[in-house]
Ligand binder design. Sequence first.
Ligand SMILES: C[S@@+](CC[C@H](N)C(=O)[O-])C[C@H]1O[C@@H](n2cnc3c(N)ncnc32)[C@H](O)[C@@H]1O
Length: 331
Amino acid sequence: MLSPILFSVAADSYEWAVREIRAEFGREVRIERVSGDLGRVAGPPVAELAAACDAGRIIFVRHLTTEVASFEELPPDYELADLVLGELPDYPKALAVQAWTDGSGTGGSYYHRLHDALADRGVTVTRSGQEVVISCFAGRRGILLGVNRLEHSLSDWPGGRMRLARSDDRVSRSEFKLEEAIATFGLELPAGGKAVDLGASPGGWTRILRLHGQEVWSVDPGALDPRLRGDRRIHHAATTAGRFFAENRVRFDVVVNDMRMDQVMSARMMVDAAAHLRRGGLAVVTLKGGGKNPLDGARRGMDVLRQEYAVLHARQLHHNRNEITVVARHE
Ligand SMILES: C[S@@+](CC[C@H](N)C(=O)[O-])C[C@H]1O[C@@H](n2cnc3c(N)ncnc32)[C@H](O)[C@@H]1O
C-alpha cells in the first residue's frame, strides 16, 4: 500500500485540484481535505503525481509531500530523528526541513524541534536546497510529517508558500508572481535579451526583467512608476497591446503578459505576439479571471496558446490570486 500524499493548493481552488487529480488517476482514488489549503490523496505514486503537475495536466496543486506519520504532539527528539532517518534508504549528510501551519504562525518552533533532533545525529539541516525535504504541517487537528524528494515536491518552500523579501525598491505586489515563476521553474532569460511586457503598469514585472538583464518594452496605457523613468533600457509604450503590435518592428526574445483580461482574450494576444517573437522565445503569462469554472477557462486559454507555443508549465503559484501562471516556448 502506497503512503498517502499531502498536496497543497490555494484554499479557493481545492475542488478544482480534486477534479484534476481524479481526471488523471481515476475516480477511485481516495481524497480528503486536511485543512483549508491541504489535501490528502491515497493511490497514486508521488512521482506520477509530480509528473502530472510538472507537465501542466494538474494546475491547481502547488506542493507535494509523502506523509509518513501523524501525531497530536511531536514525539521526543530521539524518536523523531529515528522516525525520519528510518524513512530514508541511506544515511543523509544533509536534509531540508520545512514547517508550516494552517494558522498565522510560520511553524518556526516545529522547524527548530526537527532541526535539533536531526543535528544531534550529525545531519546538516537547512530550510531549502537539499535533495530530500522533511515537511512538518501543524494543523488544528494534529501534526503531519512528510518526507519527499525535492524533485517530486514542486516547490522548495514549506507547503509551496514562497516568501519573498519586501523592499522599498518593489514597484508592485505583482512582482512576486514573476519572481516566483522564474525561481520555481528555473527559467533562464537570455543574456542581453529583448523583452516585451504586456500590461506593464506600474512596472513590477518590468523591474524584474531588468534585474535579469533584459531591455524591456513596457506596454500599458497606464503609467510606469517614476522610479523606472531614468532607465534608458526601459521603453514605455503608453498604448494597448493590440496597437503596439500593429506598429512594432522589434523582434523579441521574451514576452510576458500580466494583462487584466479573460483567459482566452489574453491567450489570443499571445498568439499575435508570437509573430514578433523569435522561435524558441520564452513566454510567461498569467491567465486570469477564474469565472464559474476556472479550470475550464484555463484549459481554453492554454488551447489557444498551443496554436503558437509549447506549454512547458502551468500552475497556480503561491502569489497567484484568481489566476494561473503559464510558461511556454514559441515553436
Ligand atoms: C495586474 S496589472 C499589471 C501589473 C504589472 N505586471 C506589475 O508588475 O506592475 C494589469 C495591467 O493590464 C493592463 N491592461 C489591460 N488591458 C490591456 C491591453 N489591452 N493592453 C495593454 N495593457 C492592458 C492594465 O492597464 C493594468 O495596468
